[in-house]
Design a binder for this molecule. Sequence first.
Ligand code: ADP
Length: 474
Amino acid sequence: MKVIHLSAECYPVAKIGGLGDVAGALPKYLNQLGVEAVVVMPFYERKFVQENAFDTIFQANTFLGDRPFFFEILKERTKKLGFDLYIIKIPGLLDRTEVYGYDDDIERFVAFQLAFLDWMLWSGEKADVVHCHDHQTGLVPFLLYYSSRYTSLSHINTVFTIHNGQYHGAFNWQRSYYLPEIDPWKTGLLDWKNGINPLASAVRCADVFTTVSPSYLKELSISSNGLEFLFEMEKDRGTGIINGIDTDVWDPKTDPMISTPYTAKNVAVKKAKNKELLCKQFGFSPEKPLFTFIGRLVVEKGADLLPEIFRLMLSDPDNPVSILVLGSGDVETELELSALKEAFPGQYNAYIGYNEELAHRIYAGADFILMPSRVEPCGLNQLYALRYGTIPIVNSVGGLKDTVIDLEETDGYGIKCEGATVDAVFTGIKRAVELFKNTAELHLLYPKAMALDFSWNRSAKEYIHLYQSLKPKL
Ligand code: ADP
C-alpha cells in the first residue's frame, strides 16, 4: 500500500505547530510498519532545503484560473527523514520564508494543490491513498472525485485529518475559477455559508475524516468556528486518533539539544541539572518550582488568561515560583507577557518568538507545564513534557482530556483543571505548588510520567487499520 501525505508543514523542513510534528513523524512510523508512506509539501525558503540535496524530478506549467504558473517537484536525495520527501516549488508563490500569513495564502495553497494533482496526472505517480492534512490540502478530495480533469485519478482513496478545525481556508465564489473543470452539480460539496470552504469540503468528500483525538471529534459539533452543524451531521464518518510523539526526536536520553541527558533511573538528579542551567540563563533560583508555557499565544490556547494567572502566582509571598514563557502570537498578549519581565525580575521571564532548541531545554528543565487551552485538538506539549518528567497542568478539553489522568485518579500523573478560567487554572497551580513541596512524591512521579507510552507505534497502527478499511473505488 502506498500513502501520500499532503501537508503544508513537515518537521524539520518547516514546522509551525503540531501539524509539522505529525507530518514529520507518522510517515516514518508507517514505513517501519510496512506501509510505503511519502510526504509532499510546499517549498519554502528555509534552512532544511538550503542545507540538503534535492533532485528535480518533474517540471511543468499549469494554471491557477487564468494565471499561468511554473512548478517543479524536488525529491530529497537520501531519505534522511525515514520517508521519501517531495517538495513542490512554485516560484513567486510558495518560495518564501514564512509558511503562512501572506495576503495571497489562498492562491498559494490552491496552486500547491493543483500542482500536486497535475504532477500525479502527468507523471503517472501512483498512490492507493492520498492523506490530506488540514484546510491547506482540503480541496484535493473534491477535485479528485468531481473535476473531469482528474477522472483518471479518481480511483485513489482519500483520508482527511483535522489538526485544527478553527481555520477553514474559506474564500468567496468569485475565485471559483481557480478550480479546473468542476462538475456544476457538485458545487454544493465545496460550499459552506455562501463561500468555498476547503475544510468543510474535505470533511464531506474524503472517504473518511479523522481528528487528532476522540474528544475533539465530539467537541467540533459544539465549537468549530461555524461548522458545528456540519460536524453534527458528519460525525459518524469521523474517527479520533490520538497523535503520537516521535520518540527518536523527543528522548531525554539522547536529545542533543538538552544540557544533561537522563533516563527514568537518574531523572531526579539529572533533571535538576537541566533546571539549574535553565534557571541560570533566565535569572531564576532553582529551588523554586519552575512553571512554563510553550506555544502559540492565542485565545484557543488560553494565552490571554496567562498575564492574570501569572500576576496571582507571582504576588503570593508564601509560595514563591518561577515562570518561563516561550511563545509568540497575538500582539497584545505578547506585549503583556513581555511587560511582566520588568515587574517581576528574577521570578518571571519570557522568550517571545519561536525556538525549537529552547523548547527542548524547557521540557527537560521545567517542573510543570501550563496548558489552559480552550480548544486543544490533541496537544503535543503535554506528551513531550511527560516524556521529560515534567508534569502537565491542563484544562480538561480535547486531546488533553484524552491523554492526561489526574493525580487524584487511579494511575494519575497530571493535574486537570475544570475550565479555562483564571480561578480553575490557579486552583491547579496551587495543587502543583503543594506537590513540589513533597519531594518524595515528585521523584516517584518522574519515572511514572516518563514510562507512559505515547509513541507513534500505537497511533500509526490505527491509521493503517483505517487505510485498510477503505473501500476500493471502481
Ligand atoms: P498547535 O495547536 O500549535 O499545533 P500542538 O501542541 O499540537 O499545538 O503542537 C505545538 C508544537 O509546537 C510543539 O512541538 C511545541 O513544542 C511547538 N512550539 C509551539 N510554540 C513554540 C515556540 N514558540 N518555540 C518552539 N516550539 C514551539
